[in-house]
Design a protein around this ligand. Structure first.
Ligand code: HEM
Length: 255
């Protein structure tokens, strides 16, 4: 949370990884495995923070997105506190709150829309959005921003009082493709998270969605290119260099 320093990878009581927004994060074993192989040939040189930034780039490439150059040389953080996760935007949060939290890290509205566009791949557990499907904000009905034909599909995937850990694509119909269909879905009331759908409701974020969709009357902007640029910007936040931090031996533990 403090910056791109691999603090999420630390395991143990009270670490970032144990904070409510992070409990379902997956894939730690992939980073541990890469680190183990690198340490075997070149010990003490490549940080876990760099491995994570490179893996993020590669996950976009394998889902048919564009690649980008990742500046390397980050060092790993020595702090990982669950309480810091309160600085992360939540999935029920207003666009203003999302913008404020991004701005606190030097990321603007375009970066917000672009980076949340990362939801073009991956899945969400039902527990993060099923409240939108049945008794949204105690109205007795669903979130009115959900498309009427999409609602029964989502209700079938996440039945009321069903298994909250069941996973659903964040970008319906194109979960393994790094493309702009996530933005089309927002336009069509087919966003999964409340925070996703709100990007279409708020004028300041909607304009970037419209630009990524190349809608007539809007200055075109290429999502595939901008994503790499915003990722570099995000991955340079509060980076540790020189003698700050350390190069961990194992990504899940401080040295
Ligand atoms: C307002 C900011 C954001 C909120 C509220 C948010 C919220 C969420 C939630 C609730 C999930 C589902 C987690 C689960 O069920 O395990 C999720 C998944 C995901 N998010 Fe975000 N997110 C945000 C920003 C981002 C950004 C900036 C990126 C990347 C640049 C990103 C990439 C992903 C990916 C790839 C997944 C799928 C994970 C998987 O399949 O295991 N998100 N997000």
């Amino acid at each position: 949370v403090q910056g791109c320093d691999g603090s999420i990878l630390i395991s143990g009581a009270g670490t970032e990884r144990t904070a409510p927004p992070n409990t379902l994060l997956r894939g730690y074993e992939v980073i541990d495995d890469a680190k183990q192989q690198i340490e075997a040939v070149c010990p003490g040189v490549v940080s876990c923070a760099d491995i994570l930034a490179l893996a993020a780039r590669d996950s976009v490439l394998v889902t048919k997105g564009l690649t980008w150059s990742v500046p390397t040389g980050r060092r790993d953080g020595r702090v990982s506190r669950a309480s810091d996760a309160s600085n992360l935007p939540g999935f029920t949060e207003s666009v203003d709150a999302q913008k404020q939290k991004f701005a606190a890290k030097g990321l603007n509205t375009q970066d917000l829309v672009t980076l949340v566009g990362g939801h073009t791949i991956g899945t969400s557990a039902c527990q993060f959005f099923s409240y939108r499907l049945y008794n949204f904000n105690s109205t007795g009905g669903p979130d009115p921003s959900i498309d009427a034909t999409f609602l029964p599909q989502l209700q079938a995937l996440c039945p009321q009082n069903g298994d909250g850990s069941k996973r659903v694509a964040l970008d319906t119909g194109s979960v393994n493709n790094f493309d702009t269909s996530y933005f089309s879905n927002l336009r069509n009331g087919r966003g999964i998270l409340e925070s996703d759908q709100k990007l279409w409701t708020d004028a300041s974020t909607k304009v970037f969605v419209q630009r990524y969709l190349g809608l007539r009357g809007f200055l075109g902007l290429r999502f595939a290119l901008e994503f790499g640029k915003s990722m570099v910007k995000m991955s340079n936040i509060e980076v540790l260099t020189g003698t700050n931090g350390e190069i961990r031996k194992v990504c899940s533990a401080f040295n």
